[in-house]
Design a protein around this ligand. Structure first.
Ligand code: NAD
Ligand code: DAU
Length: 347
């Protein structure tokens, strides 16, 4: 079995690559990644010498490059995670999101389709998507697999579009796919432009914690290794042409999450109660900021027996410990190009 995991040098992708390399010694695992600002091969230092692992530096926006790699390697399975993934960046540069998330996905679908040419026995294309395609919720309710799409940011619009293309290739060309829509992930190797790793970094160095708006925005958080386990399960056991919602039934208002993070870090850093909380700074809101996301993962629970393995408090504590033990990783990724972006965003 030859598996191509796109975006394998990114946050979630690196956990998926690691679990496939370690759990399936008989598979050949290819990590196809362009190494953008968010891609970092250091995330895979522990498995990079394994005989069943190969890194392919390639850009999914480049149709010729992608189709020739597919012709050479004849991947039986694709797990597609490569994307521009940060909502704030999609507000300052929407086109980059169309190019990578929409065009890049169609390039992969075309390459897969033309290699297998309707002979799809034992083949599978897995598209990894987000709960943001469903839009935003009021105080009540959960997103199910039947919730109508209502994307509201350039990021979620580009992911919604890519989801539509995957399903359209399934209907029109019989391409065998599975698709999943997951809630907010957190954990090891999370790039420090997203809420949790950014705030861990800032608490460590005594920098302000920029909470958007009034902080009363709700997200449903899932430990990244639980997402990677769900992807493994859906890739192997999910029904063809089906969609699975993935989430931890774990809703937090941003401000409550930030207070929990501060409290855990005060303990771990030997700081007084309330000390890190003083860094909380309310800043201008994100334009079009979605109020609440919450996933109903009942289908995945019932059909495939998947449940999150850790509570949020445990997962957050493990995550903080990892960041405190890996300050060199954090320094490496917060230098250079990322610094320029950081200045622009928070000036
Ligand atoms: P990330 O930004 O950490 O990583 C993205 C990876 O894709 C990087 O390694 C980057 O180098 C690579 N990449 C970007 N553009 C590319 C291109 N043109 N060609 C090849 N590689 C390219 O993203 P993430 O947070 O790990 O998210 C991975 C996937 O999961 C995305 O599709 C995202 O939409 C989805 N998702 C993320 C979350 C989350 O909370 N982070 C939740 C649900 C779904
Ligand atoms: O829901 C899944 C999505 O979760 C994924 O598809 C995206 O790729 C991923 O980036 C994430 O999107 P969010 O926009 O929810 O994540 P982010 O970490 O950027 O923000 C989480 C919440 O925290 C959101 O309400 C905005 C807020 N926030 C974020 C940042 C970076 C702040 O208040 N301050 C900040 O500095």
């Amino acid at each position: 079995m030859k598996i191509c995991i796109t975006g394998g040098a990114g946050f979630i992708g690196s956990h998926v690559v690691r679990s496939f390399v370690n759990n399936y010694p008989n598979y050949k695992v290819f990590n196809l990644d362009a190494l953008t600002y968010a891609g970092n091969l250091e995330n895979l230092h522990d498995i990079e010498k394994e005989p069943n692992y190969t890194f392919l530096k390639a850009d999914i926006r480049n149709q010729e490059e992608i189709s020739s790699l597919f012709k050479v390697h004849q991947f039986d399975g694709v797990i597609h995670l490569a994307a521009e993934s940060h909502v704030d960046r999609s507000i300052s540069n929407p086109l980059a999101f169309v190019e990578t998330n929409v065009l890049g996905t169609v390039n992969l679908l075309n390459a897969f389709k033309s290699v297998w040419n309707n002979n799809y026995e034992g083949k599978r294309f897995y598209h990894v998507s987000t709960d943001e395609v469903y839009g935003t919720l009021g105080e009540e309710g959960l997103f199910t697999e039947k919730t109508a799409y209502d994307p509201r940011s350039p990021y979620s619009a580009s992911k919604a579009s890519s989801d539509h293309f995957v399903r359209a290739y399934g209907e029109t060309f019989g391409l065998p796919y599975v698709l999943s829509n997951c809630s907010n992930n957190y954990g090891e190797y999370h790039f420090p432009e997203k809420l949790i790793p950014l705030f861990i970094n800032n608490i460590m160095y005594g920098k302000p914690l920029p909470v958007y708006g009034d902080g009363n925005f709700t997200r449903d958080w899932l430990y990244v290794q639980d997402h990677a386990r769900a992807i493994d399960l859906i890739f192997h056991k999910g029904q063809n042409h089906e969609t699975y919602n993935i989430g931890g039934f774990n809703e937090w208002k941003n401000i409550d999450l930030v207070r929990l993070l501060c409290a855990q870090m005060n303990d771990k850093l030997g700081r007084e109660k309330g000390e890190s909380e003083k860094l909380i700074t309310f800043v201008k809101d994100r334009p079009g900021h979605d109020k609440r996301y919450a996933i109903d993962a009942t289908k995945l629970n019932k059909e495939l027996g998947w449940y999150p393995s850790v509570t949020f408090e445990e997962g957050l504590s493990k995550t903080i410990d990892w960041f405190l033990e890996n300050t060199q990783w954090l320094e490496n990724v917060t230098s250079g190009a990322y610094q320029d972006y950081y200045q622009k965003q928070y000036q």
